[in-house]
Ligand binder design. Structure first.
Ligand SMILES: Nc1nc2c([nH]c(=O)n2[C@@H]2O[C@H](COP(=O)(O)OP(=O)(O)OP(=O)(O)O)[C@@H](O)[C@H]2O)c(=O)[nH]1
Length: 141
């Protein structure tokens, strides 16, 4: 007998939890572009990465920003988390405003970075999950 395995299977799509940094400096916000070899190639995002077990979002951001960009920041207020389903995985983004950037930025993983005003942010080709954050920033900053 044949039966529909898909409907009987639990949801196998991984759900990842990602802290991301909205870094502000002189009224501008930092955007970083994923490299051609990363997942979501060449999409723009806020720097950050997956939360590791036992790690606070602040610790995660300090670790990821050091690894990815060789910078440190002061982590401030959080924005509401955003959940989005891509075809291969589901992501919940935990955005945090950051400032007081220290260090000379080096792009260890990204292909580009730029500083934009909140109104300019929607001109980039953002990762799908980021659009609710972009709309919020463009309207409220
Ligand atoms: N850092 C960051 N990641 C984002 C954003 N939006 C978004 O969809 N993501 C997704 O969340 C995941 C972040 O994890 P990560 O930065 O540790 O992933 P990675 O590319 O190093 O590892 P991976 O190749 O296994 O995906 C990526 O799959 C990325 O595509 C964002 O604004 N910032």
């Amino acid at each position: 007998m044949q039966y529909d395995t898909d409907s009987a299977m639990p949801d196998k799509i991984p759900h990842i939890h990602v802290a991301c940094a909205i870094i502000q400096m002189d009224g501008l916000i930092l955007a970083t572009q994923r490299s051609a070899t990363m997942s979501l190639p060449l999409k723009w995002e806020f720097p950050g990465g997956k939360l590791e077990a036992g790690e606070t979002p602040e610790q995660c951001l300090q670790r990821e920003l050091q690894e990815e960009l060789a910078i440190t920041v002061r982590v401030g207020q959080g924005l509401p988390p955003v959940t989005h389903s891509y075809p291969a995985f589901k992501v919940t983004l935990y955005p945090f405003f950051c400032d007081s950037l220290e260090g000379t930025m080096i792009l260890h993983e990204h292909s580009a970075a730029c500083w934009l005003t909140p109104n300019e942010l929607p001109t980039l080709d953002w990762a799908e999950a980021d659009w609710p954050i972009i709309s919020q920033l463009a309207h409220h900053l």
